[in-house]
Design a protein around this ligand. Structure first.
Ligand code: 4FM
Length: 249
C-alpha cells in the first residue's frame, strides 16, 4: 500500500510517519508513505494555493490548478491509487471502510484547508469522499492520519500474529474485554482471580462474557445490528434469569 498525503502542511505528517506501528510498517516495506506539498505545484512567486470565492462570501477556497497538478503527480507515482477527499460531506468512516480501503494498491488523501475545495476538483479528480465524523476540523490532515492509521494496521504482516487485526474487537462488532497487567494489586484493586488461574478455557469464557456485557452496557447499538451466536444468547438469557430473580426477591 502506498499512501500519499496532499497538504499545504506536510510537516504535520513528519511525526506521524516516524512513530509506532506506522513507522514499523514503512521500515518493513508493508506500506510506503509520502507527504506532498500542494504549494510546490502552485505557480508564481508567491505560490498561492487559495483564492476568494466567486459569488462572494467569507473565507477562501482552495484553487483548483495546484491541487490538480499535485493529484496528477501522486497518481504518476502510484497509477492504481484511489483519490480520497477528506470532508465532513463524505461517507462515514468505520472499521468496514478501513478493511475496504486496505485492499487498495494506493491511497491519495487530499487534505483541504480554508472554507473548501473548488467543486470542479471534487467532480473530476476525486474517487471517494470520506468523513471521520460529524464535526468540522480546520483541515483534512488529522482525518487523513486517522484513515492511514486504521488502514495500516489491517495490512497483512503489519501486526504480529499476537496482535492480529481479524480477531480484534470491532471485527466481531463487540467491545474488548478489560485488560490487566502487573501488579496483582493496584491501589487496593485486585486483578480478577480467573486471569491468574492459568485455566485457559475459563479465561476465554470470562473474556467472552466481559466483551458481551461491556457491549451491552456501553454500545447496545452494536448488539442490535449483529446476529447473536448460540453461546451469546445463552449468556444473555442467563443474565436475564439472574436479573428476574433479583427483582422478585
Ligand atoms: C475539509 C476543512 C475540507 C477544509 C475540512 C476543507 C473532516 C471530517 C473535516 C475539514 N474531514 N472528516 N469531519 N475536514 O472536518 O474528514 Cl477544504
Amino acid at each position: 500500500m502506498k499512501f500519499s498525503a496532499l497538504t499545504i502542511f506536510p510537516e504535520m505528517f513528519d511525526l506521524f510517519w516516524s512513530h509506532g506501528i506506522v513507522r514499523r510498517a514503512i521500515e518493513g516495506n508493508h506500506i510506503s508513505a509520502s507527504s506532498i506539498n500542494i504549494r510546490d505545484f502552485a505557480e508564481g512567486r508567491h505560490k498561492i494555493t487559495d483564492d476568494r470565492p466567486f459569488g462572494g462570501g467569507c473565507g477562501m477556497v482552495m484553487k483548483p490548478e495546484p491541487l490538480a497538478s499535485a493529484i496528477k503527480a501522486a497518481g504518476n507515482d502510484c497509477p492504481g491509487a484511489k483519490t480520497i477527499l477528506m470532508s465532513p460531506q463524505g461517507r462515514a468512516f468505520n472499521q468496514d471502510t478501513a478493511w475496504e480501503l486496505a485492499k487498495e494498491e494506493g491511497l491519495i488523501l487530499v487534505c483541504g484547508r480554508y472554507e473548501g475545495v473548488d467543486e470542479r476538483i471534487c467532480d473530476t479528480y476525486i474517487d471517494d469522499e470520506i468523513s471521520i465524523g460529524d464535526y468540522v476540523l480546520t483541515g483534512g490532515e488529522l482525518a487523513a492520519m486517522i484513515i492511514i492509521d486504521a488502514v495500516t494496521r489491517l495490512i497483512p504482516g503489519v501486526l504480529g500474529g499476537e496482535e492480529s487485526a481479524e480477531k480484534d474487537s470491532f471485527s466481531e462488532s463487540l467491545l474488548e474485554h478489560g485488560h490487566y497487567t502487573r501488579p496483582r494489586e493496584f491501589e487496593g484493586m485486585k486483578v480478577p482471580e480467573v486471569l491468574l488461574s492459568g485455566d485457559h478455557a475459563r479465561i476465554e469464557k470470562w473474556r467472552q462474557e466481559e466483551s458481551l456485557i461491556r457491549t451491552f452496557l456501553k454500545r447496545k447499538d452494536l448488539l442490535e445490528s449483529r446476529p447473536l451466536s448460540k453461546q451469546e444468547k445463552k449468556i444473555l438469557e442467563s443474565w436475564c434469569h439472574d436479573i428476574e430473580r433479583i427483582i422478585k426477591s
